[in-house]
Design a protein around this ligand. Structure first.
Ligand SMILES: Nc1nc2c(ncn2[C@@H]2O[C@@H]3COP(=O)(O)O[C@H]4[C@@H](O)[C@H](n5cnc6c(=O)[nH]c(N)nc65)O[C@@H]4COP(=O)(O)O[C@H]3[C@H]2O)c(=O)[nH]1
Length: 534
């Protein structure tokens, strides 16, 4: 059943990878196409706004200039200034003077201009004439801006005269003082009335899409004007297709590769799990013991039992590889049983004679959490004749899934006199809260913090904080992974009692350990601290 669930889950994961990566590629193509088209539309809106701003600026300069003319508004001197302004301005077609709606003179002296009624007045009091005609030419694409009695004539297309290779682009200039319902002041192409609401609500620049266009709106910071440029939505879809054609095949290939990797890993894991079961039957596991040293006396106070797997072909597989698989497949309980059997076989009568010497064994989450470890250890003590003080159970933050249950198991172990050690301390997210919640005997300071001692690594100071905290809690400390005398000296000076690492010895066979190290000295009890055996 469990096997079927795992298989179903693996297939689902592989299928998700196959579908998800092309889907992400499509989303990416959509995002890129929107950005590219939006950039084009915004570039055009910027261009239009620049031209509209420049038109307004030149108009204001013309009004100021005309108001400074000292002679009568239609004197030959004044008309000469009008003509000069007309000739030197890039966006103004004509400058003139009107009174009571009647054009009395202009820079185009011979061409009669009719302004018509103002379409609206700007907030600053300028009149906008939307239907300017030249009497001899009939309706013309002109509009005029009136400042006092002077006016300037502007060609409607000039602010919109931008260049682009994108077909079907629509452009518009909205005057924000014009009622929204009246639409844009200038327009070219297919301008939707619904854009006016977007224009009115924009204070800077933005893009949006409607059924037919991707629209960019850009607000002038100088005048009450907004420029709009709209690129047909079909253009964006075409870009999306182009990009998708490049990205999606890659997404499909990546999806297949990830799915294949998932299936391969699952297969490897299944075959590793099968090999583990076979190895248990064939006795391919053995233990190595790494000495734990009392830093003050140099005596060996215990050893950590580390499981090893040697296959019949001589290949060694590290615990980092097979323990996670054993945990995931439920084989770990049989492995823990095997570890206890091996400890008994390796230590023989030694433990019964050495109550101050302890074996530290790693216990997996499943065995600890379920409480199964307690009867397992009881059976071990009964079979081997060892004392509870001969055992230390090492748990990590990963081991503790449910704090309440873990606390119950921990109390049962401590009630028997079996010590509990919190391993890899400081590497998890909530080591501190685990320390508060669980009344452990020892704290194992993780190798990564020991490595950092005396270096410029950002974690180099962490070890001192861990030590200070452990001392406040009157916890016994074991430093893991001590490789140099300098590290050992530092730890001893700062009050760490025990250490383990290559400086003192790599993991080895149990008889080698008993032959190499001085054993029988009990660890020293320092005032104010609990001994690791207390
Ligand atoms: N670089 C360096 N490394 C040092 C030094 N001193 C010790 N080590 C290594 O650090 C690891 C310490 O074990 P751990 O933190 O309990 O971490 C253990 C433990 O979590 C797990 N493990 C080992 N045996 C068992 C077991 O019987 N049961 C369970 N559940 N897990 C086990 O596998 C992990 C890895 O074990 P190992 O590969 O034996 O690796 C061991 C040991 O060989 C040193 O000075 N320098």
């Amino acid at each position: 059943m469990r096997h079927r669930i795992m298989l179903g889950f693996t297939l689902l994961l592989a299928l998700t990878a196959v579908l998800a990566l092309p889907w992400f590629a499509l989303q990416e193509a959509r995002r890129q196409a929107y950005n590219i088209t939006g950039e084009i539309a915004m570039g055009l809106a910027r261009d239009v706004l620049h031209r509209a701003n420049e038109t307004s600026r030149q108009s204001l300069v013309a009004f100021q200039r005309m108001q400074k003319v000292a002679t009568a508004p239609c004197s030959s001197a004044a008309v000469a200034v009008m003509q000069q302004l007309d000739l030197t301005s890039t966006y103004i077609q004509a400058v003139g003077y009107a009174h009571d709606g009647q054009v009395l003179c202009s820079s185009m002296a011979s061409v009669p201009i009719r302004l018509g009624a103002p379409a609206f007045y700007t907030a600053r009091g300028y009149a906008i004439y939307a239907d300017v005609t030249l009497l001899e030419a009939g309706h013309t694409p002109l509009l005029a801006l009136g400042g006092g009695d002077f006016f300037v004539v502007i060609h409607r297309d000039l602010p919109l005269d931008t260049w682009t290779t994108v077909p079907g682009v629509s452009l518009a200039v909205f005057h924000l003082d014009r009622p929204v319902g009246q639409g844009p002041l200038l327009a070219h192409g297919d301008v939707s009335p619904s854009w006016a609401a977007h224009v009115a609500s924009q204070t800077a620049g933005s893009t949006f899409t409607d059924a037919k266009h991707l629209v960019a709106v850009l607000r002038s910071q100088e005048f009450r004007l907004s420029a709009v440029a709209a690129v047909p939505i079909g253009y964006m879809h075409a870009r999306e297709r182009d990009i998708a054609l490049r990205l999606v095949p890659g997404g499909i290939l990546a999806g297949i590769a990830v799915a294949a990797t998932i299936l391969l890993l699952a297969r490897q894991q299944r075959s590793l799990a099968a090999a583990l079961k076979y190895a248990l039957r064939r006795d391919e596991f053995y233990l190595q013991y790494q000495p734990i040293i009392d830093l003050a006396s140099g005596h060996c106070v215990g050893a950590e039992a580390l499981l090893r797997w040697r296959r019949p072909n001589g290949e060694s597989i590290g615990p980092d590889l097979f323990i996670p698989v054993a945990e995931q497949t439920g084989i770990i309980t049989r492995l823990t049983e095997r570890v206890l059997e091996l400890i008994q076989a390796d230590t023989g009568a030694f433990l019964a004679r050495a109550p101050h010497f302890h074996i530290a064994l790693n216990v997996a989450a499943k065995d600890f959490q379920s409480g199964r470890i307690v009867p397992m250890l009881d059976r071990f003590l009964e079979r081997s004749g060892a004392a509870p003080s001969n055992l230390t159970v090492e748990i990590t933050e990963r081991t503790v899934v449910d704090l309440e249950k873990a606390r119950g198991v921990l109390l049962q172990l401590r009630a028997r006199g079996i010590a509990v050690s919190l391993d890899d301390f400081g590497t998890g997210y909530s080591s501190l809260s685990y320390l508060e919640a669980l009344d452990v005997d020892h704290l194992k300071i993780d190798r990564s913090f020991i490595e950092a001692i005396g270096t410029r690594a950002p974690t180099s100071q962490v070890v001192q904080h861990i030590i200070a905290m452990a001392r406040t809690l009157k916890l016994c400390m074991v430093a893991e992974g001590v490789e140099s005398q300098a590290q050992a000296d530092f730890l001893e000076t700062h009050g760490v009692q025990y250490a383990q690492g290559w400086l003192f010895g790599k993991p080895m066979a149990f008889n080698e350990l008993t032959e190499t190290y001085r054993m029988w000295e009990p660890p020293k009890v320092r005032s104010g601290e609990r001994s690791h055996r207390e």
